[in-house]
Design a protein around this ligand. Structure first.
Ligand code: ZN
Length: 133
């Protein structure tokens, strides 16, 4: 079973921003910027080439919803939506996912990911801010 399927099955803990019957959104443990989020269909679809229209609609409806949720809570004006398909495109987990990457005025645009150690305290703090009423 792939790592995202284990997260969906709660075998691996995650910082959930949004969840419904078909789609999960979680904070990426390697936060490229504050609030960096992954939107993942619960159905195991490897990449765009395996994707069906119904699942794609559900995923992008959540991308739209969560991007605006993040914007309202984290106060950014710019965002990258990034989806890698296959190893040559930089796909690291073979389960379809869309990255939502907020861009803040004081940070450079980053199109290449850097290795960052997970900071779980900061991850939890960010999750609390996003989920606050
Ligand atoms: Zn999977």
């Amino acid at each position: 079973m792939c790592v995202f399927c284990k997260i969906i099955n709660s075998e691996i803990p995650s910082s959930k921003v949004y969840e419904d019957d078909d789609v999960l959104a979680i904070l990426d443990i390697s936060q490229q910027t504050k609030g960096h989020t992954l939107v993942i269909p619960k159905k195991h679809v490897e990449n765009i080439f395996e994707m069906d229209e119904e699942t794609m609609k559900k995923v992008y409806n959540v991308v739209l919803k969560v991007t605006n949720q993040l914007k309202n809570k984290l106060y950014f004006e710019n965002v990258n939506l990034l989806n890698n398909n296959g190893p040559l495109a930089g796909q690291s987990v073979n389960h379809y996912h869309v990255h939502i990457i907020p861009q803040y005025s004081n940070e450079q645009l980053q199109f290449g990911f850097k290795d960052k150690e997970p900071d779980f305290d900061k991850l939890s703090e960010t999750l609390n801010q996003i989920m606050s009423k």
